[in-house]
Design a protein around this ligand. Structure first.
Ligand SMILES: Cc1cc2nc3c(=O)[nH]c(=O)nc-3n(C[C@H](O)[C@H](O)[C@H](O)COP(=O)(O)OP(=O)(O)OC[C@H]3O[C@@H](n4cnc5c(N)ncnc54)[C@H](O)[C@@H]3O)c2cc1C
Length: 472
């Protein structure tokens, strides 16, 4: 069966990969000239990589790890020491660590919390443990029910003090969803916590050894193409054309650089585009269907990814760090953490600016000036004396609509991969799957879409093969 997929982010590529495994022929159509969507990366004029996002992989990413294994590239993940490291804003330059010992879960995480005395007092630890008990004991059903509360509301209801919420949970919700605890659904953070508590290496972090475009997406494309599938860049979906019965007749692809539009016909069709684009391209006659109406409840959240190249080394810490700054979320010195970006003499900090709502429209210079104020608090020793560290160059990558905004009540709006239209499916980390808007969620959604297509394969007409036709 031939399947046309719009979008070559991780969801679209994973969907295509699993379709080829099942003997189908995917045709992936990507609007941009780069693979990866939210993991896309580019080289600057000096050959240095810059990315849409600083990406951390977790031990609790079974579908991503399985995919890498199936591609034979699992050695491209550089696993770091099992520890979570936080800056302490009240003590510039000082770090606080949650070192997770190599003992079974959940005792490893509990031990890391017990041993950390910088961020939590004993009273806070006890309150934290009691407050978290229902999420652990009553499982995912309880966690899903908590979607009606923001994380902050849930923490208050559980009697967990403000200090715990400000110290640990601001950092966690900014890192996982790019929004603050008063705006994020409790379900999201509790789901992540549960995964970390259930799996021995769940909270262990890895970095890819190079750019996601080359080191992760390209191998998926090679795999697909070696098995008869196709992946095309610069093929933006312009319109979903319908049959009289409302099923998809073809994808209309916009012709670029003076080329005519094209139609791509197939046996099944997948949108692996972001929810914001899907809403715009949704055929008019589908808009009254409650399934598709749900998408109106979802919207991408703004985020900014920053790259700062310095004239010397600022740190040798080989790990993701939680800045706990109002402006910034997580960061890492990529000259240390990532093999292909390595530089023994000079640092390249990659930092996520979140929440980015008030910054997305500001100039790059304004953003960098504000960031430098924060950097001086994170590394004060390097900005004192006669020869302070100099910023050599920077790159700001703004994404006005990234992953779906995980505010309270959103779970009910996340659609299944199977739609009411017999030959049309959805993939994307915003669709319903047990992980939040993440690389793992994207891969799982693509896999689920491929499975659903396989199940419907017999009901669909396998005699039609996908063809690219010029519109007359
Ligand atoms: C700053 C940042 C940091 C992040 N950090 C992490 C992290 O540490 N760990 C983690 O797991 N996740 C992280 N994420 C989230 C993760 O990147 C996403 O959840 C995941 O990559 C989404 O994949 P997707 O395929 O669902 O969507 P997308 O990546 O959005 O893919 C959609 C694709 O559709 C294409 N498209 C759009 N319109 C059209 C059209 N008309 N025709 C054809 N194609 C079209 C787009 O160009 C894109 O390639 C981060 C994201 C950002 C932005």
């Amino acid at each position: 069966m031939r399947v046309a997929i719009a979008g070559a982010g991780l969801a679209g590529l994973a969907c295509a990969k699993y379709l080829t495994d099942a003997g189908h022929t995917p045709i992936v159509l990507e609007s941009r000239d780069v693979l990866g969507g939210l993991v896309a990366a580019w080289k600057d004029e000096e050959g240095d990589w810059y990315e849409t996002g600083l990406h951390a992989f977790f031990g609790a990413y079974p579908n991503m790890l399985q995919l890498l294994k199936e591609l034979g590239i699992e050695d491209r993940l550089q696993w770091k020491q099992h520890t979570l490291i936080f800056n302490q804003p009240e003590k510039p330059g000082v770090l606080s660590r949650f070192d997770v010992p190599d003992i079974p879960a959940p005792f490893n995480v509990i031990m890391s919390i017990i041993r950390n005395n910088d961020m939590l007092t004993w009273e806070q630890k006890v309150r934290f443990a009691i407050g978290l008990t229902p999420a652990i004991v009553r499982g995912q059903k309880y966690v899903e029910d908590m979607d009606k509360y923001s994380l902050l509301e849930w923490l208050r209801r559980q009697g967990i003090g403000e200090r715990v919420s400000s110290d640990v949970f601001i950092a966690a919700s900014k890192a996982l969803t790019f929004i603050d605890p008063d705006k994020v659904s409790a379900t999201i953070i509790l789901t992540a916590l549960n995964k970390f508590l259930q799996e021995r290496y769940g909270s262990k972090i890895a970095f890819l050894d190079g750019s996601p475009t080359e080191r992760l997406c390209q191998p998926i494309v090679d795999y697909i193409e070696a098995r008869g599938g196709e992946v095309h860049l610069k093929k933006p979906l312009k319109e979903i054309l319908l049959n009289p019965d409302g099923s998809v007749q073809s994808f209309l692809i916009r012709g670029l650089d003076g080329a005519p539009d094209q139609t791509v016909t197939a046996d099944a069709y997948v949108s692996a585009m972001s929810v914001d684009v899907m809403k715009v391209l949704m055929p008019h006659s589908w808009r009254s269907d409650p399934f598709f109406q749900k998408l109106d409840g979802l919207e991408g959240v703004p985020v900014i990814n920053l790259h700062l190249w310095f004239d010397r080394k600022l740190t040798d810490i080989d790990q993701l760090l939680f800045s706990r700054s109002d402006l910034l979320s997580v960061y890492a010195d990529m000259s240390v953490t990532c093999k292909e970006y390595a530089d023994p003499d000079r640092s390249m900090l990659e930092l996520v600016l979140a929440p980015a709502k008030d910054w997305i429209d500001k100039s790059d210079q304004e953003i960098i000036d504000a960031t430098m104020v924060e950097i001086k608090k994170l590394f004060p020793q390097h900005f004192e004396g006669d020869h302070p560290t100099q910023l050599r160059k920077y790159k700001v990558v703004k994404t006005p609509r990234s992953v779906y905004t995980a505010s309270p009540g959103r779970q009910a709006y996340r659609p299944e991969q199977v739609t009411p239209v017999a030959n049309f499916f959805l993939a994307g980390s915003y669709t319903m799957q047990q992980y939040l808007g993440s690389m793992e969620g994207a891969v799982l959604s693509g896999k689920l879409a491929a499975e659903a297509i396989g199940e419907r394969a017999t009901a669909l007409d396998p005699s039609t093969s996908a063809k690219v036709l010029a519109v007359s």
